[in-house]
Design a protein around this ligand. Structure first.
Ligand code: MLT
Length: 409
C-alpha cells in the first residue's frame, strides 16, 4: 500500500500566501467592482530593466539558430553569470568568493527549501520567529520536527525576534546545528550589524554549526557600514551558505533566477565527526535533481551587472524604498509603531490587536491587502507586514483609504 509522507500531515495549515490569496479571492467575489490594492505578497510591479530585456531577446534569437543553439545548461550555471556574480556581488565588497562557488538556480525559495536535504535527519534546527515560512515547512516535511502545538513545532528552536531586541535575535544558549538567518529581514525589515553577524558566525564556529544566510533583500541596504554579505565576516567561508535572488533585485519574480553560494571550505560533519565539504554534496544534489536555468534567463541576469543594468536596478530599488517611506510615514502618523522600510521593502506594523482581525479590517475598510504577522510565527502575533513593491499611484490611493478608515478608529 502506498502511504503518504506522514510529516506532511503535521503542516499547520495552508501556505501563508496561499491563505491570503484565498481570502482576497473570496472578498473580490463578494464585492465585485471594488478595487483591491495589494501590499501583501512581496511581488514586484516594475518591469524588467531594459538591459535585461535586450539580453533576454538576443539570447532567445541565438536559441533559434542552429549554430548558436544551446541544449541543457550546466547544472550549476553558465560561467559568464557565475563570474559576474562573484566579482560584483562579493569580490568588490572584499569577500573572497570564486565563480565556481556560485550555484545558479531558479529561485531563492526553492534553494532555501531544498538545502536541508543535505543535512542529517536529526539535525537540530534554529529559526527566527517571525520567519519566512519556507525554512520551517521544508524541515517539517523532512521530518525534523514534532507536532504543531501552541503556535510552534516541537523540536525546533525558535529565536524570538521582538521589538525588545530590534528584531535581531542573538545566538541561543543551547547548541543547535543549522541556523536560518535572513537580513534584511523578511518579514520585519530589520537589518543586522557587523557585530551581531559576527556573533552568529562565532557561534557556528564554536558549535560546529552551519548558517543558511538568506540575503534576498540585500539590494535595499543603503547604509554602507552594514554587511552586504555574510562573507564579509571572518570565519563565514567555513560556516555559512548564502542565498540570493534576482527577484527583488531586478524584477525577476516571474522570470526566475537566483543563486546559492557554497565556499569550498564550507563544511558539515559525518558520523565520525570528520568535516565533509558541502560544495561537493550540493553539486551532487543539484546534478541529480536540477537541470539548470535556461540560457536566455541567465543572459538576462548577466545584464544586471552592466552599467545600464545597474543604473536601472538602482532606480527600481529607490522607487520601492520611496514607497516604503510613504507606508511607514502613514502608519506612524496614525500612531502605530513601525519598523523596517529603511533598508528593506517591508514595513512591520504593530497593530495593537489580532493580526488577522487587522488584515480583515484593512481589506473591508481600506480595500488593502497586507500579510498578517501571526502567519510568520508566534512572535508575529499583533503585527502585519506591508510591502513596498506596488505601483506608486495605487499605493498612494491605498494609503489614503487607510488614513480615512484608521483615523476613524
Ligand atoms: C514574500 O512576500 O515574503 C515573498 O514574496 C515570498 C517569496 O519571495 O517567496
Amino acid at each position: 500500500m502506498i502511504r503518504i509522507n506522514p510529516h506532511f500531515a503535521k503542516l499547520a495549515s495552508s501556505y501563508l500566501f496561499a491563505e491570503v490569496a484565498k481570502r482576497e479571492k473570496k472578498y473580490r467575489a463578494e464585492h465585485p467592482g471594488v478595487e483591491i490594492i495589494k501590499m501583501g505578497i512581496g511581488d514586484v510591479t516594475l518591469p524588467l530593466p531594459s538591459a535585461c530585456v535586450k539580453a533576454f531577446r538576443a539570447a532567445v534569437e541565438e536559441m533559434g539558430v542552429e549554430e548558436t543553439f544551446r541544449g541543457y545548461s550546466p547544472d550549476y550555471g553558465y560561467d559568464f553569470l557565475q563570474e559576474k556574480i562573484a566579482l560584483h556581488d562579493f569580490q568588490e565588497r572584499g569577500a573572497d568568493i570564486q565563480p565556481d562557488e556560485v550555484f545558479i538556480s531558479d529561485g531563492a525559495k526553492s534553494d532555501s527549501a531544498n538545502i536541508q536535504e543535505i543535512f542529517a535527519p536529526d539535525a537540530k534546527i534554529a529559526v527566527p520567529d517571525p520567519v519566512y515560512p519556507v525554512y520551517v515547512d521544508s524541515n517539517v516535511i523532512a521530518g525534523r520536527t514534532g507536532a504543531f502545538a501552541d503556535g510552534r513545532y516541537q523540536g525546533l528552536v525558535y529565536l524570538d525576534s521582538t521589538a525588545e531586541n530590534d528584531f535581531v535575535p542573538v545566538p541561543p544558549a543551547e547548541k543547535v546545528d543549522l541556523i536560518y538567518l535572513c537580513f534584511p529581514n523578511n518579514p520585519t525589515g530589520a537589518v543586522i550589524t557587523r557585530e551581531a553577524l559576527t556573533a552568529w558566525v562565532n557561534y557556528a564556529r564554536e558549535h560546529q554549526a552551519l548558517i543558511i544566510f538568506d540575503a534576498a533583500y540585500v539590494a535595499f541596504i543603503r547604509d554602507p557600514a552594514l554587511p552586504h554579505t555574510i562573507y564579509e565576516i571572518e570565519g563565514a567561508r567555513e560556516t555559512a551558505v548564502e542565498i540570493r535572488s534576482f527577484s527583488k533585485t531586478a524584477g525577476f519574480t516571474g522570470t526566475r533566477c537566483a543563486y546559492t553560494v557554497i565556499p569550498r571550505e564550507c563544511r558539515a560533519f559525518n558520523a565520525d565527526n570528520e568535516p565533509v565539504p558541502l560544495h561537493a554534496l550540493w553539486s551532487r544534489r543539484q546534478s541529480t535533481k536540477f537541470n539548470g536555468v535556461s540560457y536566455p534567463v541567465q543572459r538576462a541576469a548577466e545584464a544586471v551587472f552592466t552599467p545600464e543594468g545597474q543604473k536601472e536596478c538602482r532606480a527600481r530599488h529607490d522607487y520601492y524604498l520611496g514607497n516604503a517611506a510613504l507606508i511607514r510615514r502613514t502608519f506612524m502618523d496614525l500612531g502605530f509603531r513601525c519598523s523596517g522600510g529603511d533598508h528593506s521593502p517591508y514595513i512591520w506594523v504593530e497593530t495593537g490587536g489580532d493580526s488577522w482581525d487587522f488584515f480583515n479590517r484593512l481589506l473591508a475598510d481600506a480595500h488593502v491587502i497586507c500579510t498578517p504577522g501571526s502567519g510568520f510565527g508566534k512572535c508575529g502575533a499583533g503585527y502585519v507586514r506591508l510591502t513596498a513593491f506596488g505601483n506608486r499611484e495605487k499605493l498612494a490611493q491605498g494609503l489614503n483609504n487607510i488614513k480615512k478608515s484608521l483615523s476613524a478608529r
